[in-house]
Design a protein around this ligand. Sequence first.
Ligand code: SAM
Length: 268
Amino acid sequence: MIGKEYGTKMPSHNGRGFMYLLHPTPELWTYVVPHRTQILYIADISFITTYLDLKPGTIVLESGTGSGSFSHSLARTIAPHGHLYTFEYHEERAKAAKQDFEEHGLSDLITMDCRDVYKSGFGITDLVNAVFLDLPAPWDAISSAKAAFKQRRIGKICCFSPCIEQVQRTCTSLNENGFVEIKMFECLIRNHEVHTIPVYTVKDAVSKIEVQQDKKRKRREQETFDSAKSQPRKDPPNLYVSKTPTDARGHTSYLTFATFLPVLDNEV
Ligand code: SAM
């Protein structure tokens, strides 16, 4: 593989199969990242990225870094001129994530800081456009996150929590800290099963009922059927319908979003 261009089709050594060499992506990294913690997966990642309005140039604050699954997606979205400030208090995890960022050429885009953000805050003021908190007690980091936002711009925050009680405490804290448009989402994956069903005309349906109710008519139907036998049979057309399972599994966490409003001149 070494020295070959991405996209190259490589035959297997026995010549019976082949594979393509693909450029690594955050999605592929999420599949294989060593799980040092629970991680974010693609459904939540894409939803959060959209609702936080992340794009090239955005400056983002994240905590905790955990296994760095989301950090990789964030870095790709905000490149080349944005920046990610990510915080993790567990030393081993912080070291491992930092090494991954270096090996994946992301060091210029990501600043990794090992600190307890509940106790010490983020140490950042008037700098970021968006905040993402995947912490056991996000409410303890919200006032420090508030100070990190660019004070004269609208900003977006998202807190990722598995329990509704955590969501309630987070909403209270967001409200007390002046955030607005507080909304909570749950991202569930549903499979749509597509079936075909035959569509009967009204005439077909009526004659079916008549056949069941009236024996005499049934005989007549039989005669009609016998004479129709020689003619090619017409199947009713098919209609495509989709069904979803009633219970949608896959709860990971609740996503609580809120908006930071710019500080007015007389408040600065
Ligand atoms: N979103 C990450 C990902 O996709 O890989 C996973 C984050 S993991 C669930 C939560 C992380 O928050 C853990 O690694 C934990 O050590 C860290 N953490 C918990 N409390 C913290 C604190 N007070 N300050 C900084 N990090 C903290």
